[in-house]
Design a protein around this ligand. Structure first.
Ligand code: PAF
Length: 281
């Protein structure tokens, strides 16, 4: 494993033809979910770049950016055993943002305006800006993203198509703890009481799956609202059943279409998101 602070040095080390290159962009605070992406990338490519960069332009709240967990030494210790084919890229903001640390406004077919986009203004402008910069700086053949951030994954697919970035985007399944909690760097911020309450999100998504397809979509939404009213520790930001392709909230169900349930809730000051695919009807 080698560590690089600039994309220039990284690219010098990667020079050579006939080598397939995978990339796993991360913001660090690595967990088993990231490691699953990296292992898959290592299986499918000769070399893999893991970027570790807490991207300031995707945070709409300065406190959230300040509190985001960071532990580079621990991240590198987790990556070291994965082998010599790993190239770690840990840029400073100026290595990616030569013209100033600002997000470019994006046109993402409305995918960025719903759910997380509605609650975190300009969040996806920042995500799309940095992902484009990372992909163009590293030039991988394949880039791997988790379905935990399913909306982000669809937005990156849209970005790559619109900007004609020559890379294959690969979505990988959510990795969960034994209690069902979707792994996330933000879970490090939960106190013990919150940590034991957090799998409630997964239970709700599972219950929704068991009730699927509902006679009336609005009854399902009302049922979820009621479950949250009975939970003192949580405040629900949204529960949405949306079409996977366009992420628009479903008003009625059509046969053959893929739907997914999405949930976001605050547990104390910590915001958790999760989602689950629903059987095709
Ligand atoms: O999912 C993340 O960790 C980030 O949003 C990403 C894709 C690395 C961009 O900063």
């Amino acid at each position: 494993m080698q560590v690089f602070k600039t994309h220039k040095k990284l690219n010098e080390a990667l020079k050579g033809s006939g080598i397939s290159l995978g990339m796993v962009p991360t913001m660090g605070a690595l967990h088993e979910g990231h490691l699953a992406l990296i292992r898959q990338a290592l299986k499918e490519n000769d070399r893999v770049v893991v970027s570790i960069f807490v991207n300031p332009t995707q945070f709409n709240d300065a406190e959230d950016l300040k509190n985001y967990p960071r532990n580079l030494d621990d991240d590198l210790a987790q990556l070291e055993p994965l082998g010599a084919a790993l190239y770690i890229y840990t840029p400073k903001p100026q290595d990616l943002y030569a013209e100033g640390v600002v997000a470019q406004p994006q046109h993402l077919m409305g995918l960025d305006l719903v759910m997380e986009g509605a609650f975190r203004q300009h969040h996806f402008d920042g995500v799309a800006t940095v992902v484009e910069k990372l992909l163009r700086s590293v030039n991988p053949d394949r880039a791997y993203f988790g379905e935990k951030d399913f909306q982000q994954l669809q937005i990156i697919r849209c970005l790559v198509e619109q900007q004609k970035i020559p890379v294959q985007i690969i979505g990988c399944p959510i990795v969960r703890a034994a209690d069902g909690l979707a792994l996330s760097s933000r879970n490090l911020l939960l106190n013990p009481e919150q940590k034991s309450a957090a799998p409630f999100l997964y239970q709700i998504l599972q219950d929704v799956q068991h009730q699927w397809p509902p006679k009336k979509l609005s009854d399902l939404t009302k049922w979820v609202d009621q479950q949250f009213k009975e939970q003192a520790l949580f405040s629900l930001d949204y529960f949405v059943i949306a079409e996977e392709e366009n992420l628009q909230s479903a008003q009625s169900l059509e046969k053959g279409k893929k739907y997914r349930s999405f949930i976001a809730a605050k547990l104390g000051g910590i915001r958790l998101i999760d989602n689950m695919g629903l059987p095709i009807i």
